[in-house]
Write a protein of this length. Structure first.
Length: 115
């Protein structure tokens, strides 16, 4: 399986921006669909929400809640997928997880949007 390591989370004020990165290992990275999920604070077992996904050829899709504000991209040569997050809102506060189509998950990175 692909190994995934996220980075780039942190504390940002409403309206601010962050860029998350997900570095992958493995030679098959380029063929997989990659995605970002998030899990908001709350009751245990709260389902992770699909935020954005990108195919091997670069086709993207987004949840309605982030469309127009977030951009997913990938660099197959660097085996890295990115999530550019602009116009952040308090409701974007969550742990963000990188996901690979082979079933691998990263460890998560915390994003907190607060003044």
């Amino acid at each position: 399986q692909v190994q995934l390591v996220e980075s780039g989370g942190g504390l940002v004020q409403p309206g601010g921006s962050l860029r998350l990165s997900c570095a992958a290992s493995g030679s098959m990275f380029r063929i997989y669909v990659m995605a970002w999920y998030r899990q908001a604070p709350g009751a245990p077992g709260k389902q992770r929400e699909l935020v954005a996904a990108i195919t091997s050829s670069g086709t993207t899709n987004y949840s309605d809640s982030v469309k127009g504000r977030f951009t997913i991209s990938r660099d197959n040569a660097k085996k890295t997928v990115y999530l550019q997050m602009n116009s952040l809102k308090p409701e974007d506060t969550a742990v963000y997880y990188c996901y690979c189509q082979d079933g691998s998950w990263g460890q998560g990175t915390q994003v907190t949007v607060s003044s």
